[in-house]
Design a protein around this ligand. Structure first.
Ligand code: FAD
Ligand code: UDP
Length: 367
């Protein structure tokens, strides 16, 4: 049997494409090497019936009406505005840095945006050309806060010196002069009411989509043929590492269950101290809104080995990626999309946006 499309990877990228293309094409095969659907947004109920995110905390946020409307076809939402604190100098301070963070760390009494702005101007380092993730932070809040809040966390998270990391990594985190303590400021900030796995299952409910789990692209039965390929796995693996390995950061997730209502007072606590091996602790109940008298937390220990989670954006890696991209563009009827295949630090909404855009392109062609 020949499929119209083989889609490798059932994360948000692969699932969005499968869903979109199933409106036009009859034979779509979606495969994943893991034993479940959903890629990194997969969630499940643990032994205590607490809804957990198997691959770390996932909070949906977007400014894109198109993405929000699209996903709303497959889930209802609950309102959730994420909050994070960082544990420094034995205090819990809001992150991203806002006026309260400065007041708490420096024992100040800044009261207005203007006062805060002037205060920050004195802390900022004047850097003419921003070359790294470190420069971004120094140029906005200066050395002392960089050392307290960013240096240790970034070293642990990425395993390399922040001077070698691309600016876009820390540009994700704003600096605020007001007291807004939300982690994101996007227009739409919601969590899927029944979780991400339920949403993905709905996306893939069309009978025209056949699903094969526990199936690595490399080991796919040779008898299975297809006219077009959409690949959402690591691009260097696809090309047998011919230009060298791309660096992706992995994480070991350590889950702990407690027979009490709450473990900590905040949804996420970041630990920038380098002596503590994990980067952050998340208590899922805050994110999911689940009402249950037990609780589960996860500690994240970044590591180099294991499943690929974060593309490590250094100048060298970007150069290698460009070589693979050039090679990918030469292939007919083959498309690369998603966080791993495009080697981009996509949030969920950006992964969906990229997949929607590719689906429009394909649907407009006669393939
Ligand atoms: P993935 O979800 O990685 O899916 C790729 C799939 O391809 C996987 O299921 C994999 O098993 C499969 N695959 C790979 N290679 C093969 C192969 N050879 N054969 C078969 N199958 C293969 N985004 C947010 O917006 N908010 C957040 O709070 C957030 N938190 C995050 C926290 C962590 C710890 C991580 C790692 C990411 C987070 N993200 C968050 C980003 C989000 O996970 C991604 O944007 C999104 O899941 C990308 O979807 P994808 O389909 O491109 O990739
Ligand atoms: N970061 C940091 N300290 C913090 C929060 C973030 O140093 O308290 C840096 C770190 O390098 C991190 C990056 O900013 O990888 C982006 O943070 P974000 O919260 O967006 O990371 P993610 O949730 O994607 O892991």
């Amino acid at each position: 049997m020949e499929y119209d499309f083989l889609i490798v990877g059932s994360g948000l990228s692969g699932s969005t494409l499968a869903e979109r293309l199933s409106h036009k094409y009859k034979k779509i095969l979606l495969i994943d090497k893991r034993s479940h659907l959903g890629g990194n947004v997969y969630d499940e109920y643990d032994k205590n019936n607490v809804l957990i995110h198997k691959y770390g905390p996932h909070i949906f946020h977007t400014n894109s009406k198109e993405v929000f409307d699209y996903l709303s076809n497959f889930t209802e939402w609950i309102k959730y505005e994420h909050k994070v604190v960082s544990f420094v100098d034995n205090k819990f301070v809001p992150i991203p840095v806002n006026r309260n963070t400065l007041n708490l760390i420096f024992n100040e009494h800044l009261k207005t945006d203007e006062e805060t702005s002037i205060y920050l101007d004195k802390l900022k380092k004047n850097i003419k050309i921003i070359k790294s993730a470190k420069d971004v932070v120094l140029s906005k809040i200066g050395k002392e806060l960089y050392k307290k809040l960013f240096e240790g966390y970034t070293k642990k998270q990425w395993g390399i010196n922040p001077e070698k990391l691309s600016p876009e990594i820390t540009k994700r985190i704003p600096i605020r002069i007001n007291c807004d303590d939300r982690y994101f400021s996007d227009l739409y900030q919601y969590m899927p009411k029944d979780g991400y796995t339920a949403m993905i299952k709905k996306m893939l409910s069309n009978k025209k989509i056949k699903i094969l789990l526990n199936t690595d692209f490399r080991n796919l039965d040779k008898k299975i043929t297809y006219k077009n390929l959409i690949y959402t796995g690591p691009i260097d693996y696809f090309f047998n590492y011919k230009y060298g390995k791309l660096n992706y950061r992995s994480i070991y997730f350590e889950f702990e269950s407690y027979n009490k209502n709450h473990y900590q007072n905040y949804p996420v606590i970041n630990y920038p101290d380098e002596k503590i091996n994990y980067t952050r602790i998340t208590e899922f109940k805050y994110l999911t809104g689940q009402k249950i008298n037990k609780t589960t937390i996860v500690k994240e220990y970044p590591q180099s080995k294991g499943d690929e989670y974060y593309p490590i954006l250094t100048a060298e890696d970007k150069k290698i990626y460009e070589k693979y991209k050039k090679e990918a563009l030469k292939l007919k009827n083959t498309y690369f999309v998603g966080r791993l295949a495009e080697f981009k630090y996509y949030n969920m909404d950006q992964a969906v946006a990229a997949a929607l855009s590719l689906s429009k392109k394909i649907l407009a062609m006669e393939v």
